[in-house]
Write a protein that binds this ligand. Structure first.
Ligand code: UDX
Length: 442
């Protein structure tokens, strides 16, 4: 089918490339000329495993093209996916400026009957508004159907998720159009859930809010574990094996970040509040997450009274492994707090350094070598559980650091391994270890 993807951010690019891989004729349109030029040169503007090779393959066989020209993009389209961003407004609700602008442009250029699939995360009722906007303005005598088709891709495994997702949600009041979209995904053999439009819009917010709730819940349990000398790893093993609970999304740590959870939890909480139903549970989830992101500095100050003038290594800048995305990452907060404390920071990340430099400037030192980051430092904060960090031998901290104090915000090392070394080690929801306790244990 002839498909246009409007808005080539994370979701748009992955969707476009993967639908091309399924054999469709894809046109990706975005206003940002530099981004489109980069893509036309075969380079991906985002770091995502497997994306560039699929991009090259599908461009070379002519199934995938990129343009800034809306007329060319919309004129012949049979299906249009709207995948523009819905960033947070000042009050926390979703800013729909880009969605509205795309709807206006689509109305201007469509010529034929078209199915418009909204993948952007939008508040309940937005799909209906987009349909009204297009129907009101369009010049052509064509039928427009709007379908809600929320996206559940995770950064870092987006290509895998596209081909192996748990479900595809199609929210529609038009069974024929819904069948076209179902057919589009049929080769993937992923269960399809058909709902009305509003339920589909709600499913996306409810999914993200629930996952965020699991994370904040386990982080609260971790804090209590620390106080009572229990071990969160063992507790998670015990509760996660109950199928009703499940063992996913129960990794305690320094909170969730990224482009979705913080934004979508705030938007849903705000939406509920605006309807005179404060979502108290979700508000608590958000509060716990904010506290959790500040935990490394709090824990560091319990060990070192003043961080002023101390050399500190921050290991991991991306909001999670497998991506160069630093949006709402715990490291952003940690780096800013360290700056306020007047610490001297060297930050390590295998891929996210350029993005952090762009965000925070050159007041910090950066490296993609863990050893260099640790050299001569007095405190190491692990903020992202990169494989490179997990595989870095705990014994080497003592070799490279002045006096190794490690705040492991992602529980990268096993406590049994840590106990063999003369280091001060503090993690999340597990017993701390210090050279003093090591001597006592001997
Ligand atoms: C998320 C959703 O998973 C995805 O379905 C949706 O489409 C977009 O938002 P993403 O933001 O890419 O995906 O990352 P995800 O793997 O879900 O992790 C989000 C954050 O939660 C990360 O900061 C991660 O470190 C944190 N997290 C995740 C935990 O702290 N503990 C966990 O157990 C799981």
């Amino acid at each position: 089918m002839r498909i246009t993807i409007a808005g080539i951010g994370y979701v748009g690019l992955v969707t476009g490339v993967c639908l091309a891989e399924l054999g469709h004729e894809i046109t990706c349109v975005d206003l940002q000329e530099s981004k489109i030029a980069m893509l036309n040169a075969g380079r991906s503007p985002i770091f995502e495993p497997g994306l560039e090779s699929l991009l090259a393959k599908n461009m070379s066989c002519g199934r995938l093209q990129f343009t800034t020209n809306p007329e060319m993009a919309y004129k012949q389209a049979e299906i249009i996916f709207i995948t523009v961003g819905t960033p947070a407004s000042d009050d926390g609700t979703a800013d729909l400026r880009h969605v509205t602008a795309v709807a206006d442009t689509i109305a201007m250029y469509i010529k034929n009957d078209v199915i418009i699939c909204i993948k952007s995360t939008v508040p309940v009722g937005t799909n209906e508004k987009v349909k009204q906007t297009i129907d009101r303005q369009k010049n052509a005598d064509s039928n427009t159907t709007v379908i809600s088709n929320p996206e559940f891709l995770r950064e870092g495994s987006a290509i895998f998720d596209f081909f192996h997702g748990d479900r595809i949600v199609i929210g529609s009041d038009n069974p024929e159009a819904a069948a076209v979209i179902e057919n589009l995904y049929a080769p993937l053999h992923i269960p399809v859930i058909k709902t009305n439009i509003r339920s589909a819009e709600m499913i996306k917010y409810a999914s993200n809010a629930f996952l965020a709730t699991k994370i904040s819940f386990i982080n609260e349990i971790a804090v209590i574990c620390e106080k009572l000398n229990a071990n969160i790893d063992e507790v998670v093993m015990g509760i996660g094996s109950d199928k009703r609970i499940g063992d996913q999304f129960l990794r305690a740590g320094i909170g969730y970040g990224g482009s979705c959870f913080p934004k979508d939890t705030n938007a849903l909480a705000q939406l509920a509040g605006n309807m005179q139903h404060p979502f108290e549970l979700l508000e608590a989830v958000i509060k716990v997450n904010n506290r959790q992101q500040s935990l490394p500095i709090k824990k560091a100050k319990e060990v070192i009274t003043s961080l002023a003038g101390k050399k500190v290594s921050v290991l991991g800048l991306a909001f999670k492994p497998g991506t160069d995305d630093i949006r709402e990452s715990a490291s952003l907060k940690i780096m800013k707090e360290l700056q306020q404390e007047k610490a001297i920071v060297t930050a390590y990340d295998p891929v996210a350094v350029p993005n952090m430099k762009k965000e925070l400037g050159n007041d910090f030192s950066y490296t993609d070598d863990i050893r260099e980051a640790l050299w001569n430092s007095e405190l190491a904060i692990i903020a992202t559980e990169w494989e490179q960090i997990k595989q870095f031998p705990i014994s080497l901290y003592a070799e490279y650091m002045k006096e190794p104090i490690i705040i492991d915000g992602r529980n990268c090392y096993s406590i049994d391994e840590v106990k063999k070394h003369s280091i001060h080690y503090v993690s999340i929801g597990r017993p701390s270890h210090s050279p003093k306790t090591q001597k006592e244990n001997l």
